[in-house]
Design a protein around this ligand. Structure first.
Ligand SMILES: NC(=O)c1ccc[n+]([C@@H]2O[C@H](COP(=O)([O-])OP(=O)(O)OC[C@H]3O[C@@H](n4cnc5c(N)ncnc54)[C@H](OP(=O)(O)O)[C@@H]3O)[C@@H](O)[C@H]2O)c1
Length: 248
């Protein structure tokens, strides 16, 4: 029987990894999604949707589905599922790796303010500007709901739900975006400050280049730490090597 690889997904890398593993052949691949997005893009291989029911539920699932390896390819800010996966793989002995793309680094000309949380980002805003482009994800809007005297422009794939700041303009869009797209948005919406999480990767980094070109301040939320002792790989080919498969 082919070894069964479970990919915890929700990122572009998870999608790429599923395709790479199936192109390689000889493995059964299941990608797991939380189910936050109503119409996720196409994914190669088997897909399951919805939570497992905490680390115990995931532990049961790994056993019942005879999972031979787990790749946590979730977003760097999906802290709970990453902690649950670390616990479940420790409990079952299933080998696991976290695919964690490198964080962004400031370059010359950047005006970055690094903060530890969305709450800290909200505290900093009054000093930085009045019109704010918030790209921290629709789930994070509640942290800014008490900021009533600033104008927020929020971009997300699905419409956000309250609580959110009273002066919020929503732009529904799915990346990737080019530097030209982002510069146009900054210009059209007279953006003075960008707030983002340190997601890393190229799919959403154009906004940082556009902000640098316009000399705009950027509030960047640092990543939560990984659980102790986890193995990491920076990209899809690193995961393929960890699995003992040569990239094709
Ligand atoms: N956080 C972000 O900024 C962000 C950005 C882009 C994409 N995403 C993706 O969106 C998903 C949810 O992110 P989040 O920050 O809400 O996660 P989270 O806070 O770490 O997880 C909350 C709960 O959602 C369920 N869950 C999360 N990811 C799952 C997955 N891949 N498969 C099955 N269940 C999952 C788990 O439920 P149970 O406890 O019931 O198992 C988990 O306890 C993740 O898959 C992540 O890759 C997140």
């Amino acid at each position: 029987m082919s070894p069964h690889v479970l990919i915890l997904g929700g990122t572009g890398e998870a999608r790429e990894l599923a395709a790479a593993l199936l192109a390689h052949g000889g493995v059964r691949v299941t990608t797991s999604l939380a189910g936050r997005v109503a119409r996720p893009g196409a994914i190669t291989g088997e897909v399951r949707i919805g939570g497992f029911g905490g680390s115990d539920g995931l532990t049961d699932w790994l056993r019942e589905q005879h999972v031979d390896a787990l790749v946590d390819a979730t977003h760097p800010f999906a802290e709970t599922i990453t902690a649950n996966a670390a616990r479940a793989t420790a409990a079952t002995g299933v080998p696991a790796v976290v695919l964690r793309r490198p964080g962004w680094q400031p370059g010359p000309g950047d005006r970055w303010h690094s903060v530890a949380s969305l709450a800290e980002a909200a505290d900093l805003l009054p000093r930085l500007g009045r019109r704010i482009f918030l790209t921290t994800g629709r789930m994070g809007l509640a942290a800014f709901a008490h900021v009533t005297d600033r104008h927020f422009v929020v971009r997300s794939v699905e419409p956000p739900q309250p609580p959110m700041p009273p002066h919020t303009e929503v732009l529904l869009a799915r990346g990737p975006f080019t530097v030209a797209d982002e510069s146009t948005l900054f210009h059209d919406h007279r953006i003075e400050v960008l707030v983002t999480k340190d997601s890393g990767g190229r799919a959403t980094s154009a906004k940082l280049t556009a902000a640098r070109d316009l000399r705009l301040p950027v509030v960047i939320v640092r990543r939560p730490p990984l659980p102790d002792g986890v193995t990491t790989a920076p990209d899809v080919s690193g995961v393929l090597s960890w699995l003992g498969l040569a990239p094709q």
